[in-house]
Design a protein around this ligand. Structure first.
Ligand code: ATP
Ligand code: MG
Length: 401
């Protein structure tokens, strides 16, 4: 599968991004250079080319991707030059928590009028590790509260059955080794977590109930607090872990010619430094490092987009086999990217970055093919959200006209 993402700046032939196998892709560039727009292009292509064989997911900390439900009529003449037409995509906006509590109900109605499916995202308490639960509440696993919580989650997990927050609570209440103060304190915290409306109270929610192939699945994190141990990270951690497990099982089934439980997944994380920060831990980081390192086998691809490659965990950065870089100016970030230079590039990445002039221009580096292209990213078929609409230089497409 090849994704047509733009045209070469020198030869004006189409440039394709490989999506046959699984990849870890880095999309970077300074503020306003076109990263989010480019993520949208990749998702449009994944849907056009992958259809029901791919689940595209966007982790959206800014709440900007729901506009993909609308056609990009504003650029219809640009699209025509590329042999494309404006198009609206089916958008599933997964809201972690109770949508009408997180959002003004009128906004939800307005989104639905546009055709966005607003769905409450329900996750499983059992998909957060014992460490993860302690991290979530900033509890030290060597102190009474942390010890009690860790024990509860670990023991419930060993019973192999998915469990709920209420069951963790019950376990803590019955735990004879825990003192009363710890039990009461934990009860308060677990009650609060239950009220987020994020964890399923009754049943285990399988991933194929949450994500739909061939549509834009948006995990909308815009209404939740950030931070390394905040709810945004919590959600990414749980989803990434569960998808990893589900896809690992599905791959085995596929090997035996049995229908897969869940098609291959492409997960794009905008503002990815929030989830895989360099030099410090976060709730989602261990799971995302695992995706980058071992995701190939189970068919899990990841796209991380950031303004600051230098702020991204270096282990993940070094696993990225496709780089799509827009203009970068900060010396630190140019250096971080340049450190990924390879012999086949025929020069250092920093000299290629210096050639990029305008919004929407990028370099595409593919380690497997050992290829480098300087390209103009194609116009979007669906509307791009967020940002200032008219910030692009007017002459960007002149070279094609
Ligand atoms: N390939 C492109 N073709 C046409 N317009 C583009 C293209 N890329 C970006 N733009 C325009 O440039 C502006 C900035 O793009 P975008 O929001 O993608 O930037 P960004 O790199 O994600 O910025 P930030 O770091 O602030 O998130 C938008 O208004 C968008 O419409
Ligand atoms: Mg952006």
């Amino acid at each position: 599968m090849e994704l047509m993402i733009g045209r070469d700046l020198h030869h004006s032939n189409s440039v394709y991004m490989d999506a046959k196998g699984s990849h870890a892709v880095l999309v970077c560039g300074k503020r306003g250079s076109g990263k989010s727009y480019t993520l949208g292009v990749i998702i449009e292509e994944l849907i056009a080319m992958g259809g029901s064989d791919v689940i595209p997911i966007i982790v959206d900390p800014m709440g900007i991707y729901h506009t993909m439900v609308m056609r990009n009529d504003r650029q219809s003449s640009d699209l025509y030059q590329w042999g494309l037409t404006p198009q609206s995509f089916r958008v599933r906006m997964l809201v972690p928590g109770i949508p009408t509590e997180l959002y003004d109900p009128e906004i939800i109605k307005a989104l639905e009028r546009r055709g966005v499916e607003v769905v409450q995202l329900k996750l499983n308490a059992s998909d957060l590790t014992p460490d993860g639960w302690c991290d979530l509440f900033s509890m030290n696993i060597n102190q009474p509260l942390g010890i009690t919580l860790f024990r509860a989650v670990q023991n419930l997990g060993e019973s192999k059955h998915p469990f709920t927050v209420t069951e963790i609570l019950k376990y803590v209440e019955k735990d004879k080794r825990a003192n009363e103060i710890s039990q009461a304190a934990l009860q308060n915290r677990l009650d609060a977590a239950d009220r987020w409306g994020l964890f399923s109270k009754v049943d285990y929610v399988p991933m194929d109930k949450i994500f739909v192939p061939g549509v834009v699945n948006i995990i909308d994190l815009s209404q939740l607090e950030g931070g390394a141990f905040g709810r945004r990270n919590l959600i990414v951690s749980i989803v990434a872990r569960n998808l990893f497990r589900t896809r690992s099982n599905a791959r085995f089934r596929e090997e035996f010619g049995l229908g897969g439980l869940l098609p291959k997944v492409w997960m794009a994380l905008d503002e990815a430094h929030q989830f895989i920060p360099d030099g410090k831990n976060s709730l989602a980081k261990p799971q995302l490092i695992r995706w980058a390192k071992e995701g190939r086998q189970p068919g899990l691809s990841m796209i991380v987009a950031t303004q600051q490659p230098s702020a991204i965990d270096s282990e993940v950065l070094s696993q990225c086999d496709i780089i799509l870089s827009h203009k970068l100016t900060s010396r630190e970030d140019v250096q971080a990217l340049n450190s990924l230079s390879q012999d086949y590039m025929g020069g250092e990445l920093r000299t290629l970055i210096a050639e990029l002039q305008r919004t929407g221009q990028a370099i595409l580096v593919d380690d497997e093919r050992e290829s480098v292209n300087l390209l103009q990213i194609r116009p979007r078929q669906s509307q791009h959200g967020g940002g200032v609409v008219a910030s692009m230089d007017d002459d960007t497409y002149d070279i094609w006209k």
